[in-house]
Design a binder for this molecule. Structure first.
Ligand code: NAI
Length: 279
């Protein structure tokens, strides 16, 4: 059994990926309503992935949900996919060290908080590895694996073995703010939003040009909507703070969307409107 903390977009997606490859999961969040809702979403992801042939071996009855962190005791590996907040992640990881057996690999799905920074919170930094799963987890075949300066070989090997079992290709990179993918993708989405903010083009035009001329699979603003604009703004703030590059801070239009509750696909509206598609 693996334990996953945070039953939001990514926690539910990682749970479906694991269950779809025969790995039982305990999914933990703060309250019962959230984990119940997540269990429904996980079942939906499993149906979608099965239709697409992404899941070779669904673990029947393999999902347990919990609101008490002690449900992670006995896990062979723990993945945290909670909010992109360094303090919240550090607090959770520190608490987990008192719950799981010493040496249990601890994985953070952070989009860009340096693993060495989170490692300060854990009893043995050798146990901590970054794995940046992407959304939707069952469609993206590659995971960015982040090896902190103090990440140990046993934890890294356990993570690579799990990713192989989940049919994901692992690319192991060194630790840095935003790693590789967020360092490149998030500023691009921020700049795409600035193009809209400055009135150069609409969101539809930006995405159409990026798809049609430059081969981007979805267009950057649709990708931002899929990530969640609140999450993206948090990640951009963290990137700006940690790199010292002020232009990485979220642009005004992005902040206005978040303030209006237009968080992207999960809220029905973001740079694009999903209300008809989702109703
Ligand atoms: P989300 O906002 O959808 O879900 C976060 C969940 O964590 C919420 O349900 C919240 O109640 C829960 N939570 C907060 N504190 C908790 C705690 N102490 N214990 C248990 N649960 C707790 O966020 P999302 O989008 O799933 O992101 C999660 C992580 O994955 C973040 O670090 C994010 O940067 C990263 N990520 C997100 C991607 C995306 O496309 N959304 C892609 C790759 C990484």
């Amino acid at each position: 059994m693996i334990a996953i903390f945070g039953a939001g977009t990514m926690g539910a997606g990682i749970a479906a990926l694991a269950l779809g490859h025969g790995v039982p999961v305990t999914l933990v969040d703060l309250d019962r309503a959230t984990v119940d809702d997540a269990a429904t979403r996980v079942r939906g992801h499993l149906r979608h992935g099965a239709l697409l042939g992404s899941f070779p071996d669904v673990a029947p009855g393999g999902l347990t949900t919990a609101t008490d962190p002690s449900a992670a005791a006995g896990a062979e590996l723990v993945i945290e996919a909670i909010v992109e907040d360094a303090h919240a992640k550090a607090e959770l990881l520190a608490g987990l060290c008192g719950i799981v057996a010493p040496g249990t690999p601890l994985v953070s799905n952070t989009s860009g908080i340096p693993i060495d920074e989170l490692a300060r919170a854990v009893t043995d930094p050798a146990d901590l590895v970054g794995v940046h799963f992407m959304n939707p987890t069952w469609l993206i075949g590659t995971a960015e694996v982040v090896r902190g300066d103090r990440t140990g070989r046993p934890a890294l090997d356990a993570v690579l073995a799990l990713l192989e079992r989940l049919g994901r290709k692992a690319v192991v990179v060194r630790d840095a703010p935003g790693f590789v993918t967020s360092r490149l993708l998030h500023p691009m989405i921020n700049d795409a939003a600035r193009v809209v903010q400055e009135g150069t083009a609409t969101a539809e035009q930006v995405d159409e040009l990026m798809r049609g001329c430059l081969g981007h699979p979805t267009g950057p603003l649709l990708t931002g909507d899929l990530i969640g604009l609140d999450n993206l703004a948090d990640a951009l703030r963290a990137l700006a703070d940690r790199t010292g590059i002020a232009s990485h801070a979220p642009c005004e239009l992005l902040l206005a969307k978040v303030a209006a509750g237009h968080l992207g696909r999960k809220s029905g509206q973001g740079f694009h409107d999903y209300r008809k598609v989702l109703s």
